[in-house]
Ligand binder design. Sequence first.
Ligand code: 5AD
Length: 379
Amino acid sequence: MNRIERTKELVGILEREHTLSDDAFYELLDILEETGESGAVRSVQIRGAIPAAVCTPEEAVLYAAARKVREQYYGKDVYLRGLIEFTNYCRNDCRYCGIRRSNGKAERYRLSDEQILRCCEQGYALGFRTFVLQGGEDMYYTDERICGIVRAIREKYPDCAITLSIGEKSRESYLAYKEAGADRYLLRQETSNPDHYRYLHPAELSIENRKRCLQDLKEIGYQVGCGIMVGSPGQTREHILQDLRYMQDFGPQMIGIGPFIPHKDTPFADEKPGSLYDTLHLLAIIRLMLPGVLLPATTALGTIHPAGRELGLLAGANVIMPNISPGDVRGKYLLYDGKICTDDEAAACGRCIDLRIRKAGYITAMSRGDCAGFDTAHE
Ligand code: 5AD
């Protein structure tokens, strides 16, 4: 059987059964990698408007299946999230991350409650109906402060979803945020392999506790997002498979994946970045494995390639998270080098994103954008 026929077969199984055997999974990855690299024949046009949207015939089969499934669940809608990066102080020392504790060169900042609420106000006026509060693990923001911020947003914007992305906390803290009005929580596992986890993180952090957090969040009733970096130092395809199995098992509502990108003031400064194509392959595979999942085309993907996010949408992603942080702090929340959109204002960002979404053949949806099938009636 030739490669394209075999790809169709493997993608067909993935689409019908939402899983593959280990061997079949590695075979699919091999095919995608080989055809991508050796041939350099990314000549299949996915959609006219994006010049870079060319792929191998094998990738075209995979991406078409992923788009079909995403359209069954979400139509042509792309959900937007207004991202507020409210602090870059962090008590952790993750080796890949630019805002790690021991990076003395990072210029630290915190937003006040008023500044955060102003972001929401601006964001709301621009049409955002989800606010994501993301920050380092900054102990200045006690549970009381976080709950106060969440309550204030909840009161002012009852029709919006509130997402937190503030790291590892106790079950009690997660409960308190939920009661204050938070709906969703993003916490990537980064890697489910314990050895790889230890390689990426300081000794105080463990995959066991990360998984405990994710489990607590799920039990409390959050819509939960997990995820990984693609091509992080030391990552093997065995690790990736382990992550896919973990995600399948855990059943998150969201999965955030983007390429690893080195940051010059971290121990991984000289490591090579994750690849655009590996990330796109994985996005499409995740879409087929967890068909109804919310899948962002991340800022990191847009950073490694000018059309990265559009290509992400064409590979099955259905969410984009524009930055709505105040202009003067954007250039300071630098997890990796070269981050895009650090000079824009929120309004300009919105227009640019809308254009990109339309170029990819999709529609900007200004709704809360909950996960298909997630029951929000009891929130
Ligand atoms: N490259 C890409 N992604 C990164 N993140 C942190 N540092 C980097 C980096 N150097 C990701 C992590 C984290 C998310 C907020 O950003 O996966 O969970």
